[in-house]
Design a protein around this ligand. Structure first.
Ligand SMILES: [Zn+2]
Length: 163
């Protein structure tokens, strides 16, 4: 299994487990489940956007460009979301060491706010944001960080990267 698949698998299990207890609080309806699965899929891999070769970096590039398109050609205002996403990807790929700032609790708390740019009125956004945060946190857990707050990556992590 590639690390991407492990993270998706872990994200689905942990997030699915947690939200199954809080369906009503999070206001997740049956019809929302495909969207929740997509969010878990993206957010369980999102911390690895600092990795130049990772699938999620490419996927997010495609997603960002698609959102710019949708914003341009439809009535949905997704342009800002697309622009922010693309900016975050470019900065993290160029500036961040692998397992640096995107592998911290700060990122777990901040990145779900991107979902606020989803079209209004379709979802209960706090529910989706909490699901995203759990999926993102599952990534940190699997990478061995229980509660990482420092933005630097530890030296040993570079050896994992260079393998
Ligand atoms: Zn990672």
């Amino acid at each position: 299994m590639t690390s991407g698949k492990i993270h998706i698998f872990g994200g689905l299990i942990l997030t699915g487990f947690v939200i199954s207890f809080f369906f009503t609080v999070l206001k997740i309806r049956l019809i929302d489940l495909p969207v929740v699965v997509i969010i878990i899929f993206l957010y369980s891999q999102l911390p690895d956007i600092d990795h130049k070769m990772s699938n999620i970096t490419w996927l997010n590039l495609i997603l960002g460009i698609t959102l710019l398109w949708i914003g341009h050609f439809t009535k949905y205002d997704t342009t800002l979301f697309g622009m922010i996403l693309l900016t975050v990807i470019v900065i993290s790929v160029l500036k961040f060491p692998h397992r640096g700032p995107t592998h911290t609790m700060w990122f777990v708390f901040a990145s779900p706010f991107l979902l606020l740019f989803l079209p209004d009125g379709l979802f209960y956004k706090p529910g989706l944001m909490i699901s995203a945060a759990i999926a993102c946190y599952s990534h940190l857990l699997l990478d061995g960080y229980w509660f990482k707050l420092t933005l630097k990556s530890k030296k040993k992590d570079f050896t994992i990267l260079s393998k």
